[in-house]
Each structure stands twice: as C-alpha cells, then as structure tokens.
Design a protein around this ligand. Structure first.
Ligand SMILES: Cc1ncc(COP(=O)(O)O)c(C=O)c1O
Length: 306
C-alpha cells in the first residue's frame, strides 16, 4: 500500500491550479474496464475518462503500436511527409466514410478548426458577406474550454470573467428543431451540436430531432457539425451517434478515444465541400506540429498495419 490518499491530494492542491474538483480517489493502474487506486481497491470504470478510453485502459494493441513507433520516429512536423499519415487518413476515411480529414490534438482545437472551416466555406462558397457569418449552437452545450468556445457557452462557470468574447453565434434550446428553423438566416453557415449533450447531464434529444435538423440544414445550405468527441467511436453503441438517426453530418468532430487515451489526437472529418475549401495556406492550418506526427497517427491506427 502506498502513501495515504490525503498525501497525494494535499500535494496536488499545493502546486496545482485549482481548476477541477476530482473525487477523493487516487488511481495508479488501469487495465481494460478496471482501474485500481493506490490503496489497492479495484473499480469498474464506467466514466472511461469521458470516452477517451473507450477501448479500455492500456489497450495492448495500441500500447504495442505506440511503444514501437516511439522508438522509431516520434515527430516529423508537417514540413515533411511521414509514413504513418497516409495510412491513418485512409483508415479513418474508410471507417467513417469521410472525404477529408484534418488531424490535430485536443477536442477544443477540432471545434475551433471546424468553426474556421465552415466560416471560410460560408464566405468563399455560400457568398456570405465577409465578417457576417453566423453559427447556431445549443444552450447547455459543451464543446471545450478555449476562449472562442466558451464565448458561446451558457454555463456561467465556464464564461464568468473570461470575456470579452467573439460575436457570430446564436444560441437555441437543444432538441428544438423549430428553434433552429427560426434561428437560420441567410448568413448562417453552420449548426454546431452534440448528438447527446454530455456535460449538460446526458441529454438525449427527442426522437426524430436529428432527421429534422438534417433536412433544415440541407434546405438552407447550413453545414451540420456534429461534435462526436464524446459520443463517437463506440460510446453510444454505434461507431458514430449520428447512425442512430440514419443521418450524415457535413462535419464530424472526433477526439478522445481516437488514440485510445494514449496521446491527444482529434480530427475534423468532412465532406469535400467544407475541408475541400481549404487551400495550402499556413494561416489556416491548425496543429502544424503535432497533428500529423508519427506517434499520434500510429496510436490511432493501433497495430493494424496495412
Ligand atoms: C462534446 C465535447 N466536445 C469537445 C470537448 C473538448 O475536448 P478536449 O478536452 O480534448 O479539448 C469535449 C471534452 O470533454 C467534449 O465532451
């Protein structure tokens, strides 16, 4: 048995910024669906690191792949090609049916990149006057913690005393297709939504909601961005939560379980209409260093070498 739990907690509180309130459990090992604390107690981990370890803790195939890759080539930057990026793209495209993939690290970065890409498409393809693009989001959303994202949060704890925030977002109730219809204007470029709201308390929308949302977005040339960072990659019983409703998003955001919790990897997946708008332009491109790195791409691919 290691030092008392209170010792770890007190040291954490002394040196760490107070940005979270964890339970009084100090974990030291994980395997599959189980985790163990420093006192030797075993727990069934139903939280799965908020979906980051959907494959289970320390999945042996992913572990073997990342260890092998770490000894070979860890990082190349995007200034060069590497032998892991192309197979990573191919496998994600095959798995999800997406046409274009933009990898990066955190979920919040993926959300920010999606916002940039739909705005760019809005100006360059839809013809929205520059600087006027609007994105519709839902109340009680959770899309991450960057400055851009918290600006359209309705959670006072996420926003208070962090402003000023960027304009260009309108907020409607989740699960209300009529509200979406009323919120769409000629300048609306996208609707950003979680298939099931997570942070809000696991809120499942009414049946038929996403079918209606898909119809409205198609009818008004509004890009449907589904934030599947938490619901994606098996968390809801399907590969993507959109499959429960038989719809396809224009932009799908993945993160968390994309690398089985070994390495922060996220991705924007889209049809050509959205990411196809992006040309070779370094001002546009996020995560130039890490998104296409050897280890991150390899962690996502596990040991499925093709
Ligand atoms: C739905 C959703 N979107 C975005 C994020 C942000 O991901 P990250 O913490 O990797 O920035 C999260 C994280 O919990 C999430 O649940």
């Amino acid at each position: 048995m290691g030092p008392p739990v209170s010792d770890f907690i007190a040291r954490e509180a002394r040196f760490g910024a107070q940005n979270y309130e964890p339970l009084d459990v100090v974990l030291s090992r994980g395997e599959g669906v189980f985790v163990w604390d420093t006192q030797g107690n075993r727990y069934l981990d139903c939280l799965s690191a908020y979906s980051a370890v959907n494959q289970g803790h320390c999945h042996p195939k992913i572990l073997a792949a990342i260890v092998e890759q770490a000894g070979k080539l860890t990082l190349t930057s995007r200034a060069f090609h590497n032998d892991q990026l192309a197979p990573f793209y191919e496998q994600i495209a095959e798995l999800t049916g997406s046409h274009k993939i933009l990898p990066m690290n955190s979920g919040a970065e993926a959300v920010e990149s999606a916002i940039k890409s739909v705005r760019k498409r809005g100006y360059e393809v839809k013809g929205v006057p520059d600087g006027q693009a609007e994105i519709v989001v839902c109340a009680d959303n959770f899309h991450g913690r960057t400055l851009g994202i918290i600006g359209f949060s309705t959670d006072a704890a996420a926003r208070d005393h962090f402003g000023p925030f960027a304009p260009g977002f309108s907020i409607i109730p989740f699960g209300d297709a009529k509200a979406l219809k009323e919120a769409i204007t000629p300048n609306t470029v996208a609707f950003l939504v979680e298939p099931i709201q997570g942070e809000a308390g696991v809120i499942i929308p009414p049946s038929g909601y996403f079918t209606k949302v898909r119809e409205l977005c198609t009818a008004h040339d509004v890009m449907l961005i589904l934030d599947e960072i938490q619901t994606g990659l098996g968390r809801t019983g399907k590969l993507l939560a959109e499959q429960h409703d038989g719809i396809e998003a224009d932009v799908t955001l993945l993160g968390k379980a994309l690398s089985g919790g070994f390495y922060p990897v996220s991705a924007v997946l889209s049809n050509n209409a959205v990411l196809g708008t992006a040309r070779l332009d370094l001002r546009w491109q996020p995560a130039r260093l890490c998104g296409g790195a050897g280890c991150s791409a390899r962690a996502c691919r596990g040991r499925d070498d093709r």
